[in-house]
Design a protein. Sequence first.
Length: 111
Amino acid sequence: MIELTVLDHLSEQLTVPVYMELPSGAPDRFVVLRKADSGRENFIYSAMFTFRSYGESLLEAARLNEQVKAAVDRISELDAVASARLNGDYPFPDTSIKRHCYQAVYDITHY
């Protein structure tokens, strides 16, 4: 399951908690990943993931976003992952919980 592969990889690579859903009582800095879309062609799978980096300030969220991108860029070192391509990243203020956030969107090709 690619979600578990990505979650485990980021949890190993980052020094902040990584979740698959917004936690209650969240720490100051954390990451939430979500699979937004998926597909398959000739037994090669693809998935679009969003990675939301939360911080105490917009600058801290942007710094964490850079760490997340570096970690996701390394995910293709895993046997189960063929490639990871950044679609884009941008400020993504989370008004529902009033937290600073950046979001990176990746296409991940996997087996």
